[in-house]
Design a protein around this ligand. Structure first.
Ligand SMILES: Cc1cc2nc3c(=O)[nH]c(=O)nc-3n(C[C@H](O)[C@H](O)[C@H](O)COP(=O)(O)O)c2cc1C
Length: 163
């Protein structure tokens, strides 16, 4: 799948077959994340790849809208050192990872991290030190559904020269 097709066809997947995803594929996803653009090239991120079922269940239970993490093959926990642009940087990496997962034939879904009351608890669950902010929880697995979310048409959102 080429990059444009991957960007245009990616959708959030919240149901997984339970099939494991090889470690090298998960590492490749993180590789795609760590190459994203960052403000001042600070690369403030760390990525914790969780595959242990007990920890996946614990993370899922901590969230309000992420129960499907418990069935995912993995959860990539995106953390960034606190700073002016930590959120933009971490979001950039998260999107790279989700698009890469889709391009590799996997399903994924972003589960909110930043601003959530459980952010600090999840940070501690994965052993990240204080001073790191939980940006996102990325459920990854073989898709057991093919979601078709409606998108606003290009003509509605594209403005040439002025709003
Ligand atoms: C910042 C952010 C937080 C999100 N949090 C959740 C979440 O907690 N649970 C969930 O099921 N989906 C979550 N999503 C996924 C969105 O619901 C999803 O991207 C949106 O409905 C559009 O669908 P699409 O990803 O298929 O295009 C989140 C997405 C973003 C960007």
């Amino acid at each position: 799948m080429d990059c444009i097709q991957a960007l245009k066809t990616r959708r959030s997947v919240r149901a997984y077959t339970g099939e494991p995803v090889p470690r090298e594929v998960l590492a490749d996803l993180v590789d795609c994340g760590r190459l994203a653009a960052t403000a001042r090239n600070l690369q403030p991120w760390e990525f914790v790849v969780v595959t242990a079922r007990g920890t996946l269940r614990g993370i899922a239970a901590a969230t309000d809208f992420g129960s499907f993490i418990a069935q995912a093959a993995a959860c990539i926990v995106v953390l960034c050192r606190d700073g002016k642009y930590y959120l933009e940087d971490g979001c950039n990496a998260s999107q790279n990872i989700l698009v890469a997962a889709h391009a590799l034939g996997l399903g994924g879904c972003w589960v909110a991290g930043d601003k959530k009351p459980y952010a600090d608890a999840v940070r501690r669950m994965v052993g990240a030190p204080e001073g790191y902010r939980l940006v996102s929880l990325l459920a990854i697995g073989r898709a057991a559904e093919k979601p078709e979310n409606e998108k606003r048409p290009l003509a509605d959102v594209l403005h040439w020269e002025k709003f």
